[in-house]
Design a protein around this ligand. Structure first.
Ligand code: ADP
Ligand code: ADP
Length: 226
């Protein structure tokens, strides 16, 4: 677990477009922070910079006490969950959960233990032998969450994880994510354009607009303003 700190972080794309103008705030250790704002305001850019998938033009980004500007994604102690699940279609659920750990040379007994633990926590036990195509969207997203969970990252990055689900699954998966956050106590950064998700999940909400942070506050305080 770790805090995440943006120090005057700026992202200018190669074509000169300013994706993020000047992000300067901190996410507490164990906090669930939600990024909201209209499409194109820079939410994904900010998240992808934490993941190391997007370079930082200027400023500093720290995870824990370490400046990570030049640290590769795999050395960052983060795990990311995407809206389209990004599961390996030819692998079983169990193999999908285990794959990232195996790639890193985690001993088999430890892989088995973590996979079993994640399967219990996310109620995936019966699905372990199945392929992603045999699962519903909600189940696939639980596998994607499980794959992040087994890594035991300091920081979870969630990019609109519910946006491909129908309304009923959105609700149950949202509850699942809140449960996971409480159980693991990890720092989470959650991107959405859905105000209900932001209000119900966020301990604090960052409102972005045109690449800038407009407001940061607890959900109750945010929406009582004129
Ligand atoms: P959001 O996630 O809030 O919808 P993004 O962070 O994806 O917004 O994008 C922020 C802005 O940066 C958008 O206007 C988008 O078009 C632009 N952008 C994203 N990626 C690139 C890129 N590779 N080159 C130029 N502009 C980009
Ligand atoms: P292997 O024969 O190497 O165990 P499998 O395809 O059976 O390969 O499983 C891949 C990984 O998925 C295993 O290493 C294990 O971590 C996990 N796994 C498989 N089945 C289960 C299960 N029933 N409960 C917990 N973890 C499992």
């Amino acid at each position: 677990m770790a805090k995440v700190r943006f120090e005057h972080v700026r992202k200018v794309y190669e074509n000169g477009y300013v994706g993020v103008a000047d992000a300067d705030f901190e996410i507490a250790h164990g906090e669930m922070l939600v990024l909201v704002g209209p499409s194109g305001c820079g939410k994904s850019t900010l998240l992808r910079m934490v993941a190391g998938l997007e370079s930082i033009t200027s400023g500093a980004l720290a995870i824990g006490d370490r400046i990570v500007n030049d640290v590769s994604p795999r050395d960052r102690d983060i795990a990311m969950v995407f809206q389209n699940y990004a599961l390996y279609p030819h692998m079983s659920v169990a193999e999908n959960l285990a794959f990232g750990l195996r790639l890193r040379g985690t001993p088999k007994a430890e892989v088995d233990r973590r996979v079993a633990e994640a399967a219990t926590m996310l109620d995936l036990g019966r699905m372990l032998p199945l392929k992603p195509a045999q699962l519903s969207g909600g189940q696939r997203q639980r596998v994607a969450l499980g794959r992040a969970l087994v890594r035991q990252p300091a920081v979870f990055l969630l990019d609109e994880p519910l946006s491909n689900l129908d309304a009923k699954l959105r609700l149950s998966t949202r509850v699942e994510i809140a449960k996971l956050h409480r159980a693991v106590g990890a720092t989470m950064i959650y991107v959405t354009h859905d105000q209900i998700e932001a209000m119900t999940l966020g301990q604090r909400i960052v409102v972005m607009r045109d690449g800038r942070v407009q407001q940061i506050d607890a959900p109750m305080r945010l929406y009582e303003r004129p």
